[in-house]
Design a protein. Sequence first.
Length: 114
Amino acid sequence: MVVETTPDELHEKLDDDSVAVIDIRDPSSYSSGHIPGAENLPAQSLTPAVFDREWPDEVVVSCYIGKSSQRVASILDSNIDADVSSLSGGFQGWEGEVASGTEGGADLGPSSPF
């Protein structure tokens, strides 16, 4: 079972460089609004190469409502050396500051789902 991080818990951790927020929503939704500092890694574009990158100590996965992020968090947790959790309630449950634009998009190269 995947650990969940509440929006309040995440808000307290956002200033910590040892936490990464991964937003797995589609690029259009991400661009319309996302958690500040979040990186957009749409679920359908994740590849095994993602496992080989350098990760911080903690990773919080965010989706639309907190369901698909649990699946992706479980996969990441099994394959990377970090504490991985899912954002409870997803972006819909986030009540903090919201950024817009595509500054946190990742260049994953050719996409092939794992």
